[in-house]
Write a protein that binds this ligand. Sequence first.
Ligand SMILES: Nc1ncnc2c1ncn2[C@@H]1O[C@H](COP(=O)(O)OP(=O)(O)OP(=O)(O)O)[C@@H](O)[C@H]1O
Ligand SMILES: *[C@@H]1O[C@H](CO)[C@@H](O)[C@H](O)[C@H]1NC(C)=O
Length: 310
Amino acid sequence: MAVAEVVVVGSCMTDLVSLTPRLPKAGETIHGHKFFTGFGGKGANQCVQAARLGAKTSMICKVGKDSFGNDYIENFKKNGIPTEFVNQAEDAATGAASIVVNSEGQNFIVIVAGANLLLNSNDLKRAAHVISKAKVMVCQLEISPAISLEAMKMAQASGVKTLFNPAPALADLNQEFYTHSDIFCCNESEAEILTGIAVGNAEDAGRVGCILLERGCKTVIVTLGPEGCVMVSTKAPTPKHVPAQKVTPVDTTGAGDSFVGALAFYLAYYPQLPLEEMVKRSNCIASISVQTTGTQTSYPYRKSLPQNLF
Ligand SMILES: Nc1ncnc2c1ncn2[C@@H]1O[C@H](COP(=O)(O)OP(=O)(O)OP(=O)(O)O)[C@@H](O)[C@H]1O
Ligand SMILES: *[C@@H]1O[C@H](CO)[C@@H](O)[C@H](O)[C@H]1NC(C)=O
């Protein structure tokens, strides 16, 4: 069986997007002018970005036994992601995000996690041999938090690096998530929910990073949108701002997942590279993703990227 260097334990969601002139009121039916579906979910997004950079990956997740689930499995295959641990639940629907966007870009979003919440310990146990041989395990919080934590513990017990993205953030995140994160990567709003400190610039991000180190993380990265990110670690305890290139963003949806997926790729394939260089390259890849519309549709492939990134 093929070995995976990057293993993602996380979510899959189908985005169902309607574009309308305005948002409907309660009980009202309105007509939109465009409908499309998209592949999303933070876990799957991060896995797809890592795979497009050339990583051998494995996705451990749960979809429904429905057409969205079948389509998602096809999407993984098209991206070269093995699906032996993409399980189909009989008793829940594939995760879905129903999104209505008006002409001003304001939105209503309803997420039903569905089958994502049925991913369980047995699913992890069946993948134990793949997890133990990986270089990097990536987890988020769109599945049951207890399962994410269990996956990170399994990884660390086998010497596999853990990259944890606490998204969506929980104010009362179990302390064990910090102590089991080799790299803890969050955005500004997640950093604020976790620490109570508003993050408006690189200096704030550095302060928050230091607090998260005290909670037990080995390395913290706080992403700052157009400003790139700040990194800090127990080994290099002075926060370092790593700026992103100036670009004209078209659609920033999924930029954070592009960043995390790219970082997972570098951690697995270029472990000898200084972290700052990995982060610089991940900024570069994520900043390319914001220049095209859509989520996974905006993630670049290795062949279209400058070869000095590899
Ligand atoms: N406008 C931008 N210009 C250049 N790079 C960007 C821009 N927005 C995002 N990025 C890149 O993407 C990374 C992640 O962005 P951000 O901090 O906004 O994550 P996020 O909030 O999780 O993303 P999302 O939009 O998916 O919620 C940044 O660290 C940066 O590298
Ligand atoms: C951070 O990520 C969350 C998803 O966890 C998203 O809802 C939020 O808008 C992001 N914040 C910023 C500042 O981009």
